[in-house]
Design a protein. Structure first.
Ligand SMILES: C[S@@+](CC[C@H](N)C(=O)[O-])C[C@H]1O[C@@H](n2cnc3c(N)ncnc32)[C@H](O)[C@@H]1O
Length: 258
């Protein structure tokens, strides 16, 4: 997808985004806790969520961490950021910019350095992840941590075959992201976390029809409907149960002791 398609996709789904991703009451708190834990977040940290979207996870992280300075929610989609401004929080500051803008210092942030930065499911939208991660690593404090949360190269979602195949074609490899981090001068490690999802079958079909993953925007309406028919035949069960597995690539500045 080119940048214009990406922007159009998020402008279209922004209003419903949180509803799709809330999945169930446990998913957002679970993921937010994994992010806070991996980054060893404390209330004194200067934090940025790059590609924050609607701030769904930053809001939950802030509820737990209570940062002394607001978490910077950085995203190039005005429509996604508007969801943050619609529910203002003293713990969240929206910043309209891309990861590249921050990495290349084209955007001035309120903090000179950042202690903890995460990108959750946004690195696949970055054109040159090596250069961008290097730039982001340079914005870290000596104790700084940089976390990329992403899907692995294969997923076990109950999607139609063509969608799963296209996912595998497009998804960057977490091992490559680990390599980029290492070349940026941070100590990098790759590990995985997993959560079981239980979703009402019709709700999941509606999410696919609403193209809840940007990948689904590469299919026409008729391809989506055909895909849903395929899913309907393969999954007669009323509740779909499947693992949601994430790769966590954590980089720690060499000056830090975590
Ligand atoms: C799948 S959403 C993830 C949003 C949020 N991190 C979450 O997990 O709910 C991807 C987000 O990346 C943003 N994005 C697209 N291109 C980007 C870029 N070049 N730099 C940073 N974010 C980008 C999109 O606007 C969108 O909000």
């Amino acid at each position: 997808m080119d940048q214009r398609d990406v922007a159009g996709h998020y402008a279209e789904i922004a209003a419903e985004y949180d509803e799709h991703w809330v999945y169930g009451p446990t998913y957002v708190p679970w993921m937010s806790a994994r992010i806070a834990e991996a980054l060893s977040l404390s209330s004194a940290d200067r934090i940025a969520d790059i590609g924050s979207g609607t701030g769904l996870f930053a809001r939950e992280v802030s509820r737990v961490v209570r940062p002394e300075r607001p978490i910077l929610c950085v995203d190039p989609s005005e429509a996604m950021l508007r969801r943050i401004s619609a529910r203002p929080s003293p713990f969240l500051t929206p910043v309209l910019a891309s990861a590249e803008d921050v990495a290349d210092m084209r955007t001035t942030l309120p903090y000179d350095e950042l202690d903890a930065v995460w990108l959750k499911e946004s690195v696949h939208h970055v054109a040159d992840p090596g250069a961008t991660l290097r730039g982001l690593a340079q914005r870290l404090s000596p104790e700084g941590r940089l976390l990329v949360v992403m899907l692995p190269t294969t997923i076990q979602y109950p999607l139609f075959r063509a969608a799963l195949d296209r996912f595998e074609e497009l998804q960057p490899d977490p091992a490559d992201i680990t390599g980029h981090m290492e070349r940026s001068g941070v100590e990098a490690q790759l590990f995985h976390v997993e959560h079981e999802l239980r979703l009402d079958r019709d709700k999941y079909f509606a999410m696919v029809r609403a193209r809840y993953m940007s990948l689904l925007s590469t299919f026409s309406d008729s391809e989506i409907e055909k895909g849903i028919e395929e899913m309907r035949a393969a999954h007669p069960e009323p509740v779909l149960v499947f693992p949601d597995r994430f790769a966590f690539v954590l980089g720690v500045q060499q000056g830090g002791e975590r």
